[in-house]
Design a protein around this ligand. Structure first.
Ligand code: DGY
Length: 312
């Protein structure tokens, strides 16, 4: 009888999913430290990673038997897909099941930024709230405002649907837009929400020159990856009140959040919580496990990542 495959996880992603879906079919190792990970890779048929665990040539060199990588997340910018493809290592991720959770978090950030939650909360917690005032912390009503979403993948489309349900006018910037069209859309973006994966082409997409096109009432939202925004340029426009506010779930050098950003009153911050609902995280665990087991079983799962394409 053939021995079950060795599957290494960099984190015990979801106890029930592991015991129900993975342990019956595999020898499971949870590598809690980098040293443990490097040791256990020698013998690994598959590896399940979190979105910030780097899978590069160096790591692959240590894993001669590896046939599958499962990323517990939809973004695969932590994985060198071409290096994997060259070695016949196939990759699966967790699209779809986190789409709604991430879109809902984007809406939460939008409301919080538009209604100045950080300032209101700080005031309440400080004990200095002196009662209702006609001009206290006036925010923006969202109905009828124009939202421009960058990226029309699953999360971009779902966020657009939710924005429309709130009465916003929605349009997208996609790869098909000419530079002129992008400029035009940015100039009218009262809400600008980013939903593009991080690749060499999207690195620093929202840079100083694009930020300068936004109207003064604009709210910038980022729930994809920090490095698609030039964070220092964003801090400058927020500080100089050239835009109204920002809602950020991701950061350029995560988990580091620069002091200059943390000090700004007109920014809402959340610690990479896009898919952080109990429902999404369980579904992600089951999906990544089934993707990896299918690959090891010689099948082609629907959530296998095409090395030439990445989308949210
Ligand atoms: C993803 O899936 O890429 C998210 O960032 C993890 O929540």
């Amino acid at each position: 009888m053939r021995r079950p495959p060795r599957i290494v996880l960099t984190y015990p992603i979801h106890a029930r999913a592991i015991s129900e879906e993975l342990s019956p079919h595999a020898r499971v190792t949870i590598a809690r430290t980098r040293a443990e990970l490097l040791r256990s890779l020698r013998d690994a048929d598959a590896l399940i990673t979190r979105v910030f665990d780097r899978v590069d040539e160096k790591l692959l060199d240590l894993a001669p038997k590896l046939r599958a990588v499962g990323n517990y997340g939809v973004g695969v910018d932590n994985i060198d897909l071409r290096a994997c493809a060259r070695r016949g290592v196939r990759v699966a991720n967790t699209p779809d099941v986190l789409t709604r959770a991430t879109a809902e978090l984007t809406v939460a950030l939008l409301f919080a930024a538009a209604r100045r939650f950080p300032e209101g909360e700080a005031l309440c917690r400080s004990g200095r709230f002196r009662g209702w005032q006609p001009d206290l912390l006036l925010g923006q009503e969202l109905q009828g405002r124009r939202a421009v979403l960058v990226g029309k993948g699953r999360i971009g489309r779902e966020t657009g649907r939710l924005f429309r349900a709130l009465g916003l006018k929605v349009e997208w910037i996609t790869r098909k837009d000419t530079p002129g069209m992008v400029q035009k859309k940015l100039k009218r973006a009262q809400v600008l929400s980013l939903h593009i994966p991080l690749t060499s082409e999207t690195l620093g997409w929202l840079d100083e020159s694009r930020l300068a096109l936004l109207p003064p009432e604009a709210i910038v939202l980022n729930t994809t990856r920090g490095p698609v925004v030039d964070e220092s340029a964003l801090v400058r426009v927020l500080k100089e009140r050239k835009i109204f506010a920002a809602g950020l779930d991701v950061f350029e050098k995560e988990p580091e959040i620069p002091l200059a950003l943390r000090r700004l009153p007109n920014v809402v911050l959340s610690p990479h919580l896009g898919s952080a609902t109990a429902e999404a995280r369980e579904a992600m665990a089951r999906l990544v496990i089934s993707g990896v087991l299918s690959i090891l079983g010689g099948k082609r799962p629907w959530n296998e990542v095409n090395p030439n394409e990445t989308s949210c």
